[in-house]
Ligand binder design. Structure first.
Ligand code: HEC
Length: 183
């Protein structure tokens, strides 16, 4: 038997081994990735050492905005992230029950180690332990979908008359192009 021919068999036996009964045929790969993920994610019993307070949630939100919004949106629901749905696997809604079903410790583990073979990076050595725990507090208390709007990086700043980001491009125009006029 050639290798190519044995691959579907391997996939089938992996699924059987994993006891994955309710799989959709179209998402076999995703199912396997999920099974692998479930056995690799650690931290189940780790406890969040930060106080469960409004201040913790706010501090967590701030760290989240700093590090995570480019993919997860300001609100954690991937609001306004243009590529969220086209990444493979896609950026999940952190408010969904699948994610909320993780224990606090597992969420911390995920932030620390990332998820292999996906776009979710690990942050060990980049973000302090305490800050990761604060972000777990935030993930547990996400604002409603869309309530914070899209991340500023994805908003065109042209003609934005808001208080911030209200600086016009004139100063950066060179003598050669003499500035470009949009209308
Ligand atoms: C470069 C894009 C990117 C950045 C930045 C990013 N993530 Fe993710 N994140 C992803 C993707 C893609 C997934 C989906 C992984 C998967 O399906 O297993 C994910 C999944 C997750 C999950 C759920 C894991 C699961 O089982 O799906 C959590 C929790 C999470 N991210 C938290 C964070 C936090 C907190 C930060 C900031 C410290 C962050 N992410 C930064 C792309 C990103």
């Amino acid at each position: 038997m050639k290798l190519q021919e044995s691959v579907p068999l391997l996939v089938a036996s992996l699924l059987t081994l994993a006891g994955c009964g309710a799989s959709q045929p179209s998402s076999i790969e995703a199912d396997i990735a999920n099974e692998v993920k479930e056995v690799t994610i650690g931290g189940e019993d780790w406890e969040d050492p930060t106080p469960d307070t409004k201040e913790s949630i706010e501090a967590g939100a701030e760290h989240f905005r700093h590090h995570c919004q480019v993919c997860h949106g300001l609100d954690g629901h991937a609001t306004g992230v243009p590529f969220a749905g086209t990444m493979s696997p896609p950026v999940p809604d952190l408010g969904s029950s699948e994610i909320q079903d993780y224990t606090d410790g597992q969420l911390k583990w995920i932030i620390e180690n990332g998820i292999r073979f996906t776009g979710m990076p690990g942050w060990q050595g980049v973000i302090d332990d305490e800050h990761m725990w604060l972000m777990v507090r935030y993930i547990r208390n996400l604002p409603s979908v869309g309530s914070l709007g899209p991340p500023a990086v994805y908003v065109e700043s042209d003609h934005n008359s808001g208080a911030e980001g209200d600086h016009h491009d004139h100063s950066s125009a060179t003598e050669e192009d003499g500035g470009h006029h949009e209308h």
